[in-house]
Design a protein around this ligand. Structure first.
Ligand code: PYC
Length: 399
């Protein structure tokens, strides 16, 4: 008989921890609660199905070449956890550390990439700057002439960056959670948060009421609405982010390539498809439709880098929701005014790559009631305390 990877269980009246959001962040939090802290009376509530949201709607790029010490150290923990994750979860996640280029098309951008390389190296992360000739040796199809509108001046190269099979990551975490005794409830939408004397004590769902000791919100693009229910206003604006995949081609691109000037990134999967994306849609919105202007814009820009792509066919396009913060860093935080509530959000266009570290540290915060040092900089009130962690310069695209 076929073994199911996770099972539909009866909803209990009470869990020690209820996590809203069955994406990589929610599932990783549940998994590390079980394996690091022995807490297994946990439910993960997912309004649709496992991996329906941002975890299944990204371009699966992993990297830790951030700009600030806080960002670099946090994403480095995530990348290191990813390196061992297939083994830890006993699931082939197809992590390919193919190397990651961030192209620079101006003197100012070269200076920014040089600074990033220095910060990365100071934090023990492997990144360095390359000249156009060196880029051409590794990416023979790239146009490094002065014909394009924005000729290439150089690049930041990050050897440990790469791509992973994103669905496999959520499936593997979900299976491991299920095996640890955690309940995963799909098609279970949280409708209301129950508060008693300033404490969260439970949630109302489309399948009934559930009491809990702690509520953790890992709902990315939907976070503003959830937090408003407990009177918390976050510095977040939700925008769609579109991506596309082409039909399969003979392998020719062996690295991840990003150009923030052209607002594009691409990589090639083991099956030969090119997975491509650009910056967020400029209007705040909750729509998850692909648009013709995205496809046209992407095509025009990618051809400036790789003219050989002029005959490529698009197979599928999609969009996900990005909860953008003003400083392009996440929010993982206990909330002073609301007890028993943790918010994990602000993942913008950089969330999937953070999932293991996000889950690891959120689980520690749930278990100990304290904020781990690594995520102290990502408190929700940093915007009013003027302690921003400015990562805009390290976002893949200009946004
Ligand atoms: O931050 O690496 C990134 C990224 C890739 C796609 C969107 N953002």
């Amino acid at each position: 008989m076929t073994q199911r990877m996770w099972h539909n269980k009866e909803i209990k009246d009470r869990y020690d921890v209820v996590i809203i959001g069955g994406g990589a962040h929610g599932l990783a939090t549940a998994y590390y609660l079980a394996v690091n802290h022995g807490i297994t009376n946990v439910a993960v509530l997912e309004q649709k199905f496992i991996g329906y949201g941002g975890s299944g709607r990204n371009t699966a790029i992993l990297r830790s070449n951030y700009r600030t010490e806080e960002g670099i150290k946090f994403y480095d923990q995530a990348l290191k956890l990813y390196e061992d994750l297939a083994q830890d979860l006993d699931f082939n996640l197809m992590f390919s550390q193919m190397g990651h280029f961030t192209l620079a098309h101006s003197t100012a951008s070269m200076q920014a990439q040089t600074t990033r390389a220095a910060y990365n190296q100071a934090c023990g992360v492997d990144s360095y700057v390359l000249e156009p000739k060196e880029i051409k040796e590794m990416l023979p199809e790239i146009d490094i002439t002065d014909h394009p509108r924005y000729p290439i001046h150089g690049a930041l190269y990050h050897p440990p960056g790469g791509i992973i099979r994103h669905d496999a990551v959520v499936w593997a975490y979900a299976r491991a959670c299920d095996r640890a005794g955690i309940h995963i409830h799909q098609l279970t939408k949280m409708e209301d948060i129950i508060m008693t004397d300033g404490k969260v004590t439970g949630v109302v769902t489309n399948r009934g009421k559930i009491n809990c000791g702690m509520l953790v919100s890992c709902v990315a693009g939907w976070s503003s609405g959830i937090c408003e229910q407990v009177g918390v206003k976050l510095a977040l604006v939700t925008h769609p982010l579109q991506a596309l995949v082409t039909t399969a081609y003979k392998p020719w691109l062996h690295h991840v390539v990003v150009s923030s000037t052209l607002h594009i990134y691409l990589s090639q999967t083991d099956r030969g498809e090119l997975v491509c994306g650009n910056g967020i849609d400029h209007y705040p919105h909750y729509g998850m439709r692909s648009t013709l202007s995205f496809l046209e814009g992407y095509a025009a820009h990618v051809l400036e880098l790789f003219p050989i792509l002029h005959n490529v066919s698009v197979q599928r396009a999609w969009a996900g929701l990005c909860d953008m913060t003003p400083d392009y860093s996440p929010i993982i935080s206990l909330i002073d005014e609301v007890q028993n509530f943790i918010v994990n959000c602000g993942w913008g266009t950089w969330g999937f790559k953070a999932s293991p570290a996000s889950g690891w540290n959120t689980a520690e915060m749930v278990a100990t009631g304290r904020t781990p040092a690594l995520i102290e900089p990502f408190r929700h009130d940093r915007y009013i305390k003027n302690r921003l962690v400015g990562e805009k310069a390290a976002a893949s695209v200009g946004n």
